[in-house]
Design a protein around this ligand. Structure first.
Ligand code: ATP
Length: 248
């Protein structure tokens, strides 16, 4: 059902190296079938919050010190990233991280390796990714490192899709990309949400684009949730934009 809570963070606090407090009270909810935008200025804590909920904080010498994270009905604050991926929580990291010396298609296939999928199934999923991002079909034999930033972002998203996520988490997919490319990436996310019912949590500094495509948004400031609401409402509120989102 659409209202079922898929992910919830409540009062999450986190520090790096036992010293730097990066999160001091993050709460957010993603229900099945929703697109939720996580907004905030540079350094507000968006990436840290995403790493915390994907089990990736430890890899950066970070630690959750308070609060709860529940994914799919289970406490997941101390789960490994691999375990969460198997349960359908898959993150596309900031900065894309393609394997530069592998081809586009090889990068996509890597995303499906953790599953017990037959050849036919992998093939069908590759085709799904290619129909979503036709540019990747054209570039499937090219080395990823030689493709454009937009193509690398599409490859990173496609690779995450090959793991068959139920919740796709993205960290700043618009970063460094031209407006038209950003638009096509968000259009693809919208299509995945509409056609496949994929739930999506997307951190963005580009609040205009994110609010246009999201159902709801959560705003972070200095490591804590300061605002939460329907995207349509936040879009209308100029004070919100000017104050929290850095433009007005
Ligand atoms: P950005 O858009 O720049 O990624 P953000 O909203 O995602 O910003 P975070 O990257 O989560 O913010 O950063 C939150 C705070 O944690 C910042 O003060 C940052 O300097 C600090 N921080 C982030 N990563 C680390 C790390 N690996 N080690 C120590 N401090 C970190």
């Amino acid at each position: 059902t659409i209202h079922e809570v898929l992910l919830s963070l409540t009062g999450v606090e986190a520090t790096y190296n036992h010293a730097i407090r990066a999160l001091s009270g993050v709460s957010l909810t993603v229900r099945t079938g929703e697109i939720v935008a996580l907004l905030g200025a540079n350094g507000a804590g968006k990436s840290t919050a995403l790493k915390a909920l994907s089990g990736l904080l430890g890899a950066e010498r970070g630690q959750i010190t308070a609060g709860t994270i529940v994914y799919d009905g289970e406490d997941s604050a101390r789960r490994s990233p691999a375990d969460l991926v198997r349960r359908g929580l898959v993150q596309v990291l900031e900065g894309r991280h393609c394997f530069r010396s592998l081809t586009v298609e090889e990068n996509l296939i890597v995303g499906g390796l953790g599953r017990k999928a037959g050849r036919g199934e992998l093939r069908r999923e590759l085709d799904r990714v290619y129909s979503l991002f036709p540019r990747l079909r054209d570039k499937r034999g090219a080395l990823s490192g030689l493709t454009s930033g937009g193509e690398q972002q599409m490859t990173a998203i496609g690779r995450a899709l090959m793991a068959r996520p139920r919740l796709l988490v993205l960290d700043e997919p618009s970063m460094g990309l031209a407006p038209l490319v950003v638009e096509s990436i968000f259009a693809a996310l919208k299509a995945l949400n509409r056609d496949d019912g994929l739930s999506i949590l997307v951190a963005e500094q580009n609040s205009t684009v994110a609010l246009r495509h999201a159902d709801r948004a959560t705003v972070l400031e200095n490591g804590r949730t300061v605002l939460e609401g329907a995207a349509a409402e936040l879009r209308e509120r100029d004070d919100v934009k000017a104050f929290y989102l850095g433009f007005g």
